[in-house]
Design a protein around this ligand. Structure first.
Ligand SMILES: C[S@@+](CC[C@H](N)C(=O)[O-])C[C@H]1O[C@@H](n2cnc3c(N)ncnc32)[C@H](O)[C@@H]1O
Length: 269
């Protein structure tokens, strides 16, 4: 993993390097995407070119597209949570354990059952998990209470798009939240990220699913989709690379993006 101290001068080289990595891999990745057709325990057939979702995902998609807020709550009520890994996200665990993530205050919007919140919580980092489902929040609280990190995290039932915290954050994590919201909400997502992060704070996105299926959630994403909405909000990528630690069924369709909220946007002159 490439990690360097951030400066304005190395942002551009990191971006070029990242783009090179992306380009070099794109043919190989496309080939892989075309053949990947895995079934797994959640019942989701996550192929890409000709993606076929399982009945569980079909039902989840129907509920959420009929009612983007109430639909998520219904999914939790009906136990339709095929996205849930049931364990911490390996790349986040790795970044935490290697001391690579900012300390201070962290936020995980759309935290679901809370595994990532608990994983990232430690005496130096207080993590808040946000979800609009009561059931998700209850499960997340139960998980945290059974962990040694209980004192370093908390959960709130709230809508990310309207929630106002008392203090801003040093770190925000997005995994399977960007792809969960309607694509026409992505600009609002980015402006919320800007408003919730401290200047110089970091946004970590695990970009998924990078493929070409239609419909959702999960809605397809690309690095350009993130750049399109984050750049106008003053974010610059400090790292974009393939997520080698993606869980097996998502391998080849995840990229890690680390973004800084800059004090000033860079001049194009
Ligand atoms: C695809 S799930 C991902 C959950 C978790 N990040 C994970 O990887 O297991 C999306 C989550 O976002 C929550 N959600 C959707 N819209 C939201 C919103 N506007 N505000 C807060 N949470 C939201 C849903 O209830 C759901 O738990």
């Amino acid at each position: 993993m490439i990690m360097r101290p951030l400066s304005f001068s190395n942002i551009r080289s990191l971006q070029s390097e990242s783009r090179l990595q992306i380009c070099r891999r794109s043919t190989q990745q496309q080939q892989r995407l075309m053949v990947e057709k895995q079934s797994h325990s959640s019942g989701v057939s996550e192929s890409t070119a000709a993606i076929k979702f399982s009945p569980v995902v079909d039902k989840m998609q129907q509920l959420v597209s009929d009612d983007p807020i109430g639909g998520w709550k219904r999914c939790w009520e009906e136990g339709l949570t095929p996205w849930d890994l049931g364990k911490p996200t390996p790349i986040l665990q790795y970044l935490h354990q290697t001391g690579s993530l900012p300390m201070g205050r962290a936020l995980v919007p759309g935290c679901g059952s809370g595994n990532d919140v608990v994983t990232l919580a430690c005496p130096e980092r207080y993590v808040i998990g946000l979800d609009l489902s009561d059931i998700a929040i209850r499960k997340a609280r139960e998980l945290s209470l059974s962990s040694p990190q209980a004192n370093y995290c908390s959960f709130q039932k709230a809508d990310f798009f309207t929630w106002h915290p008392f203090e801003l954050f040093d770190l925000i994590i997005d995994y399977t939240f960007f792809c969960a919201i309607e694509p026409n909400m992505r600009s609002s997502w980015a402006s919320r990220m800007r408003d919730l992060l401290k200047l110089d704070g970091e946004l970590v996105t695990i970009m998924f699913p990078i493929d070409d299926h239609s419909g959702g959630p999960p809605y397809k994403t690309s690095v350009a989709d993130y750049e399109d909405v984050l750049h106008p909000m003053g974010f610059q990528a400090i790292l974009i690379k393939h997520n080698e630690l993606a869980v097996e069924r998502r391998k080849g369709r995840e990229m890690l993006g680390r973004w800084k909220r800059m004090a000033k946007t860079q001049s194009s002159l």
